[in-house]
Design a protein around this ligand. Structure first.
Ligand code: BT5
Length: 330
């Protein structure tokens, strides 16, 4: 008879072994691995073969044992879970190959009672959304994710979450690659003068419960430029090589957790200070369009308590800008 229980146990052991390899990062002897994952040493090959078949490159040295050399570039829930180094973000993960919008999907999951920190990830979106009804083009090769948060928040301070999302991506890229990353207020990450990533923070009502905040992030990782709008950047094109999406995803989620904790501890000045280090806008003349209103002025600061932009108009008056589309004039 087909033993479902054994199959599930094997999957669990493979995930434990993967987790061990991911955090060990160096060679380990068979005896050590066998003890750590509680699996008989004479059957260890069975688990290692399973990983190898899934695209994991595991090397063997007769003196030192086994080492994980590389992981597949695959948005696989087991892999994502095994290597995630966070306390709350991503404790529940839902991965889809194709979905309409991860922001919509996580809202539906939240309605069913998903916990704070739950994450929806997709390899492709058919109805990816930007702000104010704009579209986020979401072909294969990118990462599209949404995180469910339940902060003390009102609409006044939603911009700070756009900034947190953009910062998490900028910090990740800065850590892994030596590239020219910048943030355009409030929600775009740029490589040079091209848009690589967009963030969509939305506050949603859940019946009789506290409002939730959905933080959606789209990043062009291994995307082909011919699938994207003009003025888009792709990390693969910039680096001239394929980049592993899972490595980026782990770090982005870790960074979100860090910045979310800073937000909860009211470390707004620190967050905004970090934003300033990636921003190329301070002192520049900009044009902000929101609906039919168009404003021109010089960026003088950002309000640390809510992330809003403070600009000086030609008249000398200072004006707070809460949203809109921005163009840098000079
Ligand atoms: C944004 O809006 O930049 C927010 C994008 C958020 C996307 C994520 S993906 C996961 C989650 N699920 C969703 O459904 N959405 C979120 P906005 O600032 O309004 O910019 C939209 C504009 O960016 C578009 O009008 C295009 O000009 C441009 N754009 C669209 N797709 C792009 C892409 N893949 N790369 C670069 N630019 C793009």
């Amino acid at each position: 008879m087909f033993d479902l229980h054994k199959k599930e146990k094997d999957i669990q052991k493979v995930e434990e072994l993967l987790k061990f390899f991911l955090f060990k990062k160096d060679y380990s002897l068979g005896e050590v691995i066998s003890k750590r994952v509680s699996f008989p040493i004479d059957k260890l090959d069975f688990l290692i073969n399973k990983l190898q078949k899934q695209g994991y490159d595991i090397s063997f040295n007769p003196h030192l044992g086994f080492r994980l050399e590389s992981i597949p570039d695959k948005l696989d829930v087991g892999l994502i879970r095994a290597g995630l180094d966070t306390k709350k973000i991503g404790k529940e993960i839902y991965v889809f190959d194709t979905i309409n919008s991860t922001n919509d999907a996580i809202f539906n999951i939240a309605l069913k009672g998903a916990k704070e920190g739950s994450v929806v990830i997709a390899a492709r979106q058919t109805k990816g959304r930007g702000r104010q009804g704009r579209t986020w083009i979401s072909p294969k090769g990118g990462i599209y994710l949404s995180i469910l948060l339940v902060p003390d928040i009102d609409f006044e301070r939603i911009t700070i979450f756009n900034i947190i999302g953009a910062l998490a991506v900028a910090e990740t890229l800065n850590k892994f690659f030596n590239i020219d990353v910048s943030i355009k207020w409030p929600n775009d990450v740029y490589l040079k003068d091209k848009k690589l990533c967009g963030v969509l923070a939305e506050i949603k009502k859940i019946h009789k419960k506290k409002d939730v905040l959905i933080l959606g992030i789209g990043i062009n990782i291994n995307s082909s430029l011919d699938m994207l709008p003009e003025q888009s950047a792709s990390l693969k094109v910039c680096m001239n090589r394929q980049v592993n999406k899972v490595l980026i995803l782990w770090e982005v989620l870790k960074q979100i957790e860090t910045y979310y904790n800073l937000y909860k501890n009211r470390e707004f000045s620190y967050i905004l200070g970090k934003w300033k280090s990636y921003s190329f806008m301070l002192g520049h003349q900009i044009e902000i369009t929101e609906g039919k209103s168009v404003l021109e002025g010089y960026v003088i600061n950002i309000d640390p308590s809510n992330g809003n932009l403070i600009i000086r108009l030609d008249s000398g008056l200072e004006k707070v800008v809460t949203g809109g589309c921005m163009k840098i004039l000079k």
